[in-house]
Design a protein around this ligand. Sequence first.
Ligand SMILES: Cc1cc2nc3c(=O)[nH]c(=O)nc-3n(C[C@H](O)[C@H](O)[C@H](O)COP(=O)(O)OP(=O)(O)OC[C@H]3O[C@@H](n4cnc5c(N)ncnc54)[C@H](O)[C@@H]3O)c2cc1C
Length: 460
Amino acid sequence: MTPVERLTTALRQAVGPDRVLTKPEDVIPYGFDGTAALRERAGTVVFPQTTAEVSQCVNAANAAGVPIVTRGSGTGLSGGSVPVPHGLVLCLAQMNRILDLDLENLTLRAEAGAVTLKIDEAAAAHGLLYPPDPGSMRISTIGGNVAENSGGLRGLKYGVTRDYVMALEVVLADGRIARFGSPCVKDVAGYSMKDLFIGSEGTLGIITEVLLKLVPRPAARRTMLAVYDRIEDAAETVSAIIAARIIPCTLEFLDRMTAQCVEDYAHVGLPTDCAAVLLMETDGHPEAVADEAARMAAIAGEHRAREVRTAKDAAEALSLAAARRNAFSALARRRPTTILEDFTVPRNRLAAMVTFIAETAARERLEVGTFGHMGDGNLHPTFLTDERDAGEMARVHHALDAIATRTLELGGTITGEHGVGLAKKPWLRQQLGDDSYELMRQVKRAIDPKGLLNPGKIFD
Ligand SMILES: Cc1cc2nc3c(=O)[nH]c(=O)nc-3n(C[C@H](O)[C@H](O)[C@H](O)COP(=O)(O)OP(=O)(O)OC[C@H]3O[C@@H](n4cnc5c(N)ncnc54)[C@H](O)[C@@H]3O)c2cc1C
């Protein structure tokens, strides 16, 4: 028997034959994530339904010496859940229950495969909010969000996934089950191992359960759209709003190409003849919301917004936010291959970064739509290209290299929220420096000495 055959037999015994896939036509959908031009053929895909089953699967993979790639919904944008060729994909999509909503402590416990939107909906039913809202929240899993430390449209005011994780249950590389963190608001007992596993991209352990912090749902919200004839004016509006000590929940940016594609796709009334639009949202106490909205509109006007429109009701506000969430899908309709990046710079360097991206795209003769969480300094330059055109792909990689280098020169980071995975590996050492890079690699070796979990991701 080959190692993979031994593994398949053991997995069928552990979870039953119906939850183990091996036929090529069955495993193909688990061979890629949301990242363009990255795909591999998994050997086996397994769907555990309990933590004990996850542990058994890990033991079986250990015994057979077959590497494991953990998968949530496969919406990742750095190739994190792309399988190791002929390896095991451990998909947690069937561990999707919300286990407990504690209304005294304002916490929610869920299995790792629970869909992010379902978590917020469960909280909303009790007047509570789970703030991290990645654009993919209708599909992504909370385990994937924790593994990537995902951000979202509300990140500017509310922070990212890490800020809401109180405790984790994790299956380690040798099959043991560990628990990190606690339901206590304060807890400094030992190293914060929970924080090490948040953002570890499936390379240190398999997250099976999460305990999340919830907050009261804000009583009021106001959504506005500011329209600009110059991208730099939109970028400067963002910096000016922050400098005026206003922290809106959302400051999202769409350039002309993105606005045109979204309008074409979603028909929400976005202007298509402008250089940029800013989606601005403030939430909280009704009086504070009214005051902040007025000040933000004034600041946008001072920075040459040609129009500032306020959503007249909740339905219009929702459709504007949905338009932003559809940006990736709307742009993806234009060319066969969509490469979406998440370079992030300090907010006062946004105007320089946006200009550099536009100049680079023009120089390399590439179509690039840029949108993103501008309030976080997090931009998504999105290359609309065709992976079958080798010449064009070479120009894309040249442009990406130039943008990554400029990002680091501006004090930024190669990834604000999508993780390193496969896609950002070329620049990690450049960002961290040799000593930090090697220390990180030592941590990986200490926790997963056999290199069983998501090998080949993050590090060379
Ligand atoms: C349209 C679109 C919009 C997006 N918008 C945003 C956004 O606004 N903000 C943002 O941050 N990201 C965004 N993303 C990226 C992506 O949705 C997030 O990274 C998300 O957290 C991935 O969740 P997933 O369940 O799909 O994970 P997957 O893609 O399946 O996996 C992602 C990584 O996490 C690991 N992993 C998954 N589950 C576990 C687990 N239980 N234990 C250990 N490791 C695990 C995988 O091995 C892989 O490395 C977007 C993606 C798309 C397609």
